[in-house]
Design a protein around this ligand. Structure first.
Ligand code: NAD
Ligand code: UDP
Length: 319
């Protein structure tokens, strides 16, 4: 009988990690989710708890661990600015020590290693849209640097393990992704807007809402991660939806779907908030035959449905 691939998903209880776990489990593979539950939730994984191919480990990636696996999907790191700025020193430790420990594990067991990097490595970009060749414009001292610089050193570590030890690495630069299982109060824009609108509260526009983002639906993103892992490309490869929208346009779209009578309320723009962000995905199209399929309108409908259920129908958490 062929043996199933053994996957380690760090950050497996989080938003992206839990959708990735679903895909790997549905493909008949073995999965270990490793998480410290800082922003992740066990209930995201509840349907796999009794499956013999699935295991949960509570562990912090800043500490080393010994496991036998074939593939490591390294997603553990808070992604929302509110969460990663809550304890920025811990965020830097998670990015550096966490990636270092997981790369060390990959080297010992000869596992293929995928890093969930970010468009934040481009900082507040002066080049728009951003191709992988753009080297970025990151403040080394600002409030976002724990995350931005953390992911930059994580990418450096991956490429040094690749050059020094021949480690089989994959680096994905993920752009803003949204969908079911985002945490309602994690402060990210889509969860904020949808939750505010469902609660009939004003929608909070930071600054004038002229800043540009590009939003990818979670199923598209996870498909991109899987194709990258199965490819022979170390990357870095941008994964995101190239359709851009201003934050005000996004607010208008959410409002039109939930309650057109809602007001917008202006709040100050957070420090170092990037003005623009949009991926060039030519490399992903060419090398992975991947591009997003789900429109913002369709993805928002699924996300609104999730939050409606989460806010108004959800039973008490089982865990
Ligand atoms: P998330 O916060 O939902 O998930 C992160 C998971 O990592 C959580 O389950 C959390 O508990 C866990 N974690 C955090 N620190 C840990 C530690 N020290 N040890 C063990 N577990 C830890 O965020 P997400 O949106 O699912 O993001 C997953 C990954 O993708 C992150 O690495 C993030 O940087 C990257 N990413 C996400 C986006 C996005 O838009 N969602 C964009 C770019 C990059
Ligand atoms: N934003 C906003 N209102 C909110 C939350 C966020 O206007 O309630 C803006 C934020 O200033 C940023 C954009 O939306 O320009 C995306 O924010 P998010 O935190 O989701 O991700 P970022 O791309 O900044 O990491």
């Amino acid at each position: 009988m062929p043996t199933a691939l053994r996957n380690l998903v760090t950050g497996g209880a989080g938003f992206l990690g839990s959708h990735l776990v679903d895909r790997l489990m549905e493909a008949g593979e073995e999965v270990i989710s490793l998480d410290n539950y800082y922003t992740g939730r066990k209930k995201n994984l509840i349907k796999w708890i009794t499956n013999p191919r699935f295991e949960l480990i509570r562990h912090d990636v800043t500490e080393p661990i010994q496991l036998e696996v074939d593939r490591i999907w390294h997603l553990a790191c808070p992604a929302s600015p509110v969460s990663y700025q809550y304890n920025p020193i811990k965020t830097s430790k998670t990015s550096f020590l966490g990636t270092y420990n997981m790369l060390g594990l990959a080297r010992r067991v000869k596992a293929r290693f995928l890093l969930a990097s970010t468009s934040e490595v481009y900082g507040n970009p002066e080049v728009h849209p951003q191709p992988e060749s753009y080297r970025g414009c990151v403040s080394t001292t600002g409030v976002r640097s724990c995350y931005d610089e953390g992911k930059r050193i994580a990418e450096s570590l991956c490429f040094d393990y690749y050059r020094m030890h021949g480690l089989d690495i994959r680096v994905a630069r993920i752009f803003n992704t949204y969908g079911p299982r985002m945490v309602p109060d994690d402060g990210r824009v889509i969860s904020n807007f949808v939750v505010q609108a469902l609660n009939n509260s004003s929608i909070t526009l930071y600054g004038e809402g002229k800043q540009i983002r590009s939003f990818c639906y979670v199923d598209d993103l996870v498909e991109g991660l899987i194709r990258l892992m199965n490819s022979s490309q170390p990357g870095p490869i941008n994964l995101g939806n190239p359709r851009q929208s201003s934050i005000r346009q996004l607010a208008e779209l959410v409002r039109s779907k939930i309650n057109p009578k809602l007001d917008f309320v202006s709040k100050s723009l957070p420090q170092d908030d990037p003005l623009q962000r949009q991926p060039v995905i030519d490399l992903a199209i060419k090398e992975l035959n991947w591009e997003p399929k789900i429109s913002l309108e369709e993805g928002l409908d699924k996300t609104i449905e999730f939050f409606q259920d989460e806010l108004f129908n959800s039973k008490a958490d089982v865990f």
